[in-house]
Ligand binder design. Structure first.
Ligand code: SF4
Ligand code: SF4
Ligand code: SF4
Length: 359
């Protein structure tokens, strides 16, 4: 029989009753190398048969998905900021993409990125003739009538004050998952990999999980009523395959592997970025002592969490349950004691009054 700890540091699979589970799996999404291609969104829909989420133009940059939802298990945010890129010093690409796949049977994190290839971004892009790169009338070549070419991430010209932040959001597969804690049917469950999966065949559509999730991830599907979200490709993990979104990501912004290894790698990546002058780089969901006990899917961000639409201090809804029940118990005992005291006191008073009347 499994038990569930409502808070504290735990191994969630063991805590859920799995005997001898494999190492906890998760995602480290390094948004500093996301190019916004949305291959992850498409791969997720393809593999999992997720319906399309409409072809809406939201008027919010190139973000036509808007948010995570029942039909968007990955959401690539495009955030336009009127400020220069923090640093163009370090663009990191994995040296060996094939080693990055945990589907190699090793269960290793997506590559040990200490071997990553560091590329200095310079003002000399590949494939653009010098003449075309020069503003008309400037540079080494004669003007050819091509407007100034802006190199992504390189400060130049009148658009130097604009930067894009791109980030692929997903279910966090929380250590303490509120959605799972409140589900009355057992539709949500903890897998042996430490991930959180919803079984639609026993979901009754009550929506408790929707209001409990501190990230606003899980959602009921219109016309269906049941709750849907990322499964961290449970079926693929069972087959020792990398999740579809991570497999499709061309820059390894989405890295899959053993969570402990990913956390160590994230620390190294953060130190490298800070060393390269990207002081605003930070990890999100990486702290095992935060309000959800740390996330199974955590992120490297280049700005405050709120900028990406993420809550700055998420707390699992059930964290305070033990304290609440303790206080309720104390209150109940106090009320019972007061009731007894009032009864005994009232009886004594009546006895005293009655005794006086007989004399
Ligand atoms: S609480 Fe929300 S983010 Fe955490 S596992 Fe559940 S749906 Fe995912
Ligand atoms: S892990 Fe699988 S289900 Fe989750 S977002 Fe990626 S592709 Fe979709
Ligand atoms: S996370 Fe990877 S696949 Fe998704 S948009 Fe970014 S670069 Fe593309």
């Amino acid at each position: 029989m499994s038990r569930t700890s409502l808070f504290g540091r735990i191994d969630p699979a063991t805590d859920a009753g799995h005997e001898d589970p494999p190492p906890r799996k998760g995602f480290f999404t390094d948004t500093s190398v996301c190019i916004g291609c949305k291959a992850c969104e498409v791969a997720c829909k393809e593999w999992n048969g997720v319906p399309h989420s409409g072809l809406d133009l939201l008027g919010l940059s190139f973000d036509n998905t808007g948010a995570l939802g029942a039909d968007s298990w990955r959401h690539v945010a495009f955030i336009e900021q009127r400020r220069p890129p923090a640093s163009t010093a370090l663009l990191v690409l994995p040296a060996d993409r094939t080693a990055a796949t945990a589907g190699d049977g090793t269960g290793a994190p997506a590559a040990d990125r200490t071997s990553a290839l560091s590329v200095e971004v310079t003002a000399a892009p590949v494939g653009i003739p010098e003449a075309a790169r020069s503003a008309p009338g400037e540079g080494t070549g004669a003007p050819v009538g091509i407007p100034e070419v802006a190199i992504p991430g390189v400060v130049s010209g009148s658009r130097a004050d604009l930067r894009w932040l791109m980030a692929s959001d997903v279910c966090k597969h929380c250590t303490h998952a509120a959605c799972l804690d409140v589900c009355p049917t057992g539709s949500l469950f903890r897998t042996e990999f430490g991930t959180v999966v919803v079984q639609q065949d026993i979901c009754n559509g009550c929506g408790y999980c929707v209001s409990a999730c501190p990230y606003g991830v899980i959602d009921r599907r219109a016309g269906d009523g049941r709750a849907w979200k990322c499964t961290l490709c449970y079926d693929r993990l069972k087959g020792d395959l990398e999740p579809a979104c991570a497999k499709a990501c061309p820059t390894d912004s989405i890295q899959f592997g053993d969570l402990a290894d990913l956390r160590r790698h994230a620390d190294r990546r953060l130190a490298a970025l800070h060393g390269a002058g990207v002081g605003e780089a930070r990890l999100y969901g990486h702290d095992e002592d935060d309000g959800v006990g740390g996330d199974g899917a955590f992120f490297l961000l280049l700005d405050e969490a709120e900028v990406y639409g993420l809550p700055p201090d998420p707390v699992v809804a059930t964290r305070d349950l033990p304290a609440m029940w303790r206080r309720a118990g104390v209150a109940a005992l106090a009320m019972a004691a007061a009731t007894v005291a009032a009864f005994v006191g009232g009886t004594g008073l009546r006895g005293g009054v009655g005794g006086g009347g007989t004399t």
